[in-house]
Design a protein around this ligand. Sequence first.
Ligand SMILES: Nc1ncnc2c1ncn2[C@@H]1O[C@H](COP(=O)(O)OP(=O)(O)OP(=O)(O)O)[C@@H](O)[C@H]1O
Length: 312
Amino acid sequence: MVLEINGVTKVFKGKGKSKLIANDNISLTMKEGEIVGLLGQNGAGKTTLVNQIVGLVTPDQGEIRLFGKSVTDDRVYARSICSVQPQSQVPLGFLTPRQAVSIIGKMRAGKNYNPKRLDMLFEALDMGKWADKEGEKLSGGARRLTAFCMAVIAPGKLVILDEPTNDVDPVRRRYLWDVIRNLTDNGTSVILVTHNVLEAEKAVDRVAIINQGKILTQGTPSEVKRSVSNQMRIELNLLEKMEERYIPEWAISYHQSGSRLIIKMNTENVTNAVAWAGEQVELGTVMDYSLTPTTIEDAYIELTSNKVVVSS
Ligand SMILES: Nc1ncnc2c1ncn2[C@@H]1O[C@H](COP(=O)(O)OP(=O)(O)OP(=O)(O)O)[C@@H](O)[C@H]1O
């Protein structure tokens, strides 16, 4: 087993005398070559968990083992096994992406550093035009991709990526997912920390949904979806906010965010839903709509959001 997390709890001091339970009895395991998505809202406790895996923070209770070795007993080993792309941008200063990535590659791999890997990564991510530009002149997306390359130029057996696609354009996001998937070909395991549930669904083997420090559910994307399955969703692009009283009675639940309204229904109500959505288009309240089976995002919203309204 690459990673075994057993009953990990981490409590921080809150305001005054209060306590903040950042991780609450978390258990999770990972096998070689697996990509596990750690999904959760802001403040859910994802980074606290990652910091404990790499030995930067010590659990108050429970234990974390990497390849059978306790992280708290051997933090140096933990850091040699793990490569991390942090959520915050890496300050590159005057260094170019090529310089920054090759420095890290040489530090991590020593004599085994292979400069061809840098060329392969830059090519795969279409980074050629930025490779020799000073870091501080680069866009946020180019810096994010540079930080990704720094994490994977000489990857440890466990690569931890914290929001790697933030600021990255949609085309290069696709390239990035391909590179992440290729990492696992030689047995590297990947923890992907993200808010972007839909993207994660395509990239991961398993997901763990974390909320208020607890893992609410974990399993393959299909297993997690099954908690809301046998349902369909209609997604509407609203031209004006829809008041609750206009949500149709066949809705099992709905979620409205900006101009996006997602309504879930049982399959027998699909015809009603399409007819209703068509009427809304004619009335001018909805620009367009699409009907799909429920996604992992639906499960995520249902499990973590306080704003889901479930009809009686
Ligand atoms: N060193 C610390 N001292 C006190 N509280 C902390 C500390 N680190 C984290 N926290 C708190 O623990 C909780 C979990 O934080 P954490 O950074 O792990 O969440 P997260 O899921 O990574 O969030 P985000 O997606 O916003 O990065 C938050 O309420 C945070 O304020």
